[in-house]
Design a protein around this ligand. Structure first.
Ligand SMILES: Cc1ncc(COP(=O)(O)O)c(C=O)c1O
Length: 360
């Protein structure tokens, strides 16, 4: 990844610092309005991080004590940590056999009378099968919360992520497809009550300046970051287009290389945004070492599934074998370099190194 800070962003930051309130300045509200419009939703409420967005979204939907929230063990651990921060219990279902995202059939088998929400994660920028999750949740008191932290701008069935669940949460951490040049997050929803509650939660639980309606947090997006976010949002579609072109180039160069499994092919229904371009390899560690020796930085997202992280083993008693597909992925996945500034030549070099390693 390579965060972008261009002249336009610097000017926006400078203007904001010189002319606006540092906290809850005008840029924050403009960014929220523009982000909601971009997603095709009514409201957006910014927060201090993606983790806070998930926690506050759940609390704003009155999900907490005694409630269970189903999600994937193959995600960044913030997804399920946020459930615990909200006071609820995370429950996991395994991912698709031939993909990276939560499997609706496996979720269905795990639903209980306590399940109040499902959090599908659009991992690596690949949209989850939201129609099937919608079918599962409909007629039950189960909410759908999209974890869109890695998927700004991805589309499913002609609609952008962020407009596919009851609420959706985004992160603007510096590695994401768009950032605010610092930490930040966003909750997106069509529900005015959820949006109002989230606005209060992120601002100390305020009802007005010196009265409060709930026990809240200080988790606001700084004005200067919102000002930068507004500029980045305008550039997002262009960057995502470039990411898709690079992914296509990788696909063409790596097609048929033995021992390498490419990410799921695109369908008419899904437009991914390739936050990451992730291949699977039986000899992943050997491949990663070969790339590193040749000056290519690859990464593993994620080497340990959430249920096997120490605090989850201790708290919930998980062990190896609980979610076999996720555990296998953790041993096989490798993220190849992808960002809007990478050159075709670089993609060629990386692809040749992957091919050479596969032949060894
Ligand atoms: C899938 C996923 N969920 C949640 C988060 C949490 O976002 P943040 O780091 O902004 O708290 C991230 C990103 O870091 C993420 O990738």
């Amino acid at each position: 990844m390579r965060p972008v800070v261009d002249e336009e962003m610097l000017q926006a930051a400078l203007y904001s610092l010189q002319n606006e309130k540092l906290v809850m300045g005008e840029s924050v509200f403009k960014f929220e309005e523009e982000f909601a419009r971009y997603c095709g939703s009514r409201y957006a409420v910014s927060t201090g991080s993606g983790t806070a967005a998930l926690q506050i979204a759940l609390q704003s939907m009155q999900i907490g004590l005694e409630d269970e929230v189903l999600t994937t063990p193959f995600s960044f651990f913030a997804t399920s940590n946020a459930v615990i921060h909200a006071g609820a219990q995370p429950r996991f279902a395994d991912v698709e056999d031939n993909g990276f995202n939560l499997d609706p059939a496996k979720v269905e088998a795990k639903l209980t009378s306590k399940t109040r929400a499902i959090i599908p994660v659009h991992l690596y920028g690949q949209p989850s099968r939201m129609d099937e999750f919608r079918d599962l949740a409909e007629d039950k008191e189960i909410s759908l919360v999209e974890d869109a932290c890695q998927a700004h701008g991805a589309e499913y069935g002609g609609r952008r992520v962020g407009s596919l669940g009851d609420t959706a949460c985004f992160s603007f951490y510096t590695s994401k497809n768009m950032t605010v040049c610092g930490d930040g997050g966003m909750i997106v929803t069509d529900n005015v009550e959820v949006a109002d509650a989230a606005r209060s939660f992120r601002d100390c639980g305020r009802a007005s300046k010196y009265t409060m309606s709930r026990i809240g947090f200080t988790s606001r997006l700084n004005t200067v970051n919102a000002a930068i976010g507004r500029v980045q949002l305008r550039k997002l579609d262009g960057w995502n287009k470039t990411r898709r072109r690079i992914a296509d180039l990788y696909r063409r160069m790596l097609e048929g290389v033995s021992g390498i499994t490419l990410p799921p092919a695109e369908t008419q229904k899904e437009t991914p945004v390739y936050h990451l371009f992730v291949v699977r390899s039986e000899n992943r560690d050997q491949l990663a070492a070969h790339l590193e020796r040749n000056g290519v930085e690859a990464a593993i997202h994620y080497p340990v599934p959430i249920h096997l992280q120490a605090p989850y083993r201790a708290k919930y008693g998980y062990s190896e074998g609980s979610f076999p597909v996720s555990e296998r992925l953790a041993e096989q996945v490798l993220s190849l370099p992808i960002h809007p500034a990478i050159t075709d030549e670089d993609v060629g070099t990386v692809s040749r190194l992957v091919t050479d390693s596969a032949r060894e």
